[in-house]
Design a protein. Structure first.
Length: 272
């Protein structure tokens, strides 16, 4: 089992933020803003699904997973709070969060259903965040020139996503979740996640007045499909989730631990 440390991020999220905080790039800013808009609602769903999954396990397995689930909940709750603070700045800039209400509506449809469904959805989303995190930690220089507070925020979030990427998957498996349903939900979540990310990014660019600028589309093409592009470099690890013998730990690296060790002044462990 993983030992998950809950950390308090030591950055200022009270001081106003630049509109194009990601190195002055409208597309990159809109893209990361879109992701952040989904996090408070999404993180709460992940917390609830893993907690409910733990409660559904036999007592001996609950004891086995309890400490890791508590760490997972603590980390996700911290992410939810931090991105909630960040998102308030986006509201003051006139951006409109359409993703969160839509996600909340979809999540209510799962009320009262088998907890395996919510766990499979969480495991799928955690795979997306884990491969995004690995890509960002590998290409952290692409955030150079960004608002320093926010570069720290995103890389801290990435490091912790890499740490707890096994938790929902393991609880799903321990509860008897099948490969068939894991893949069914993964395919659905792939479609939903990509379309919602695109819709909210376009929404943000539209409100920003930069949707139809050539520089925006040029940046999007390079950032997503270029030599080090997000989609180009994450397709293979995304596809590995489809294997019958897949486990998130197979995609482990030391990038998370290295970032946390090199940036210990940016956070403090809760309770320390």
């Amino acid at each position: 089992m993983s030992e998950l440390v809950v950390r308090r991020l030591l950055i200022d999220l009270e001081t106003p933020l630049p509109r194009h905080w990601c190195a002055g790039d409208a597309f990159r800013t809109a893209f990361f803003n879109a992701l952040s808009m989904s996090f408070p609602v999404g993180e709460q769903f992940f917390i609830d699904s893993v907690r409910n999954g733990l409660k559904a396990l036999p007592v001996d397995l609950q004891d086995q997973y309890k400490a890791e689930v508590q760490g997972f909940v603590g980390q996700e709750a911290t992410h939810r709070r931090i991105h909630g603070l960040f998102n308030k700045h986006l509201e003051t800039q006139g951006l409109v969060n359409d993703w969160a209400p839509r996600a909340e509506k979809n999540m209510r449809l799962l009320a009262g259903t088998n907890p395996l469904h919510a766990l499979a959805i969480t495991a799928a989303n955690e795979h997306f965040t884990a491969i995004l995190a690995e890509w960002m930690l590998s290409n952290h220089d692409l955030l150079d020139g960004s608002e320093p507070r926010l570069k720290t925020m995103w890389l801290w979030h990435c490091a912790e996503e890499s740490e707890h990427k096994n938790t929902a998957f393991d609880v799903y498996t321990a509860l008897g979740g099948s490969h068939e349903w894991r893949i069914k939900w993964f395919r659905r979540i792939t479609f939903v996640f990509l379309t919602d990310t695109l819709r909210q990014t376009v929404n943000n660019l539209s409100h920003d007045g930069t949707l139809w600028k050539w520089s925006t589309w040029k940046s999007a093409a390079s950032y997503l499909f270029g030599q080090r592009g997000l989609i180009r470099q994450t397709f293979k690890p995304w596809r590995e989730y489809l294997r019958t013998d897949f486990h998130p730990k197979q995609q482990a690296s030391d990038l998370s631990a290295r970032w946390l060790a090199s940036n210990s002044s940016a956070y403090t462990p809760v309770g320390a």
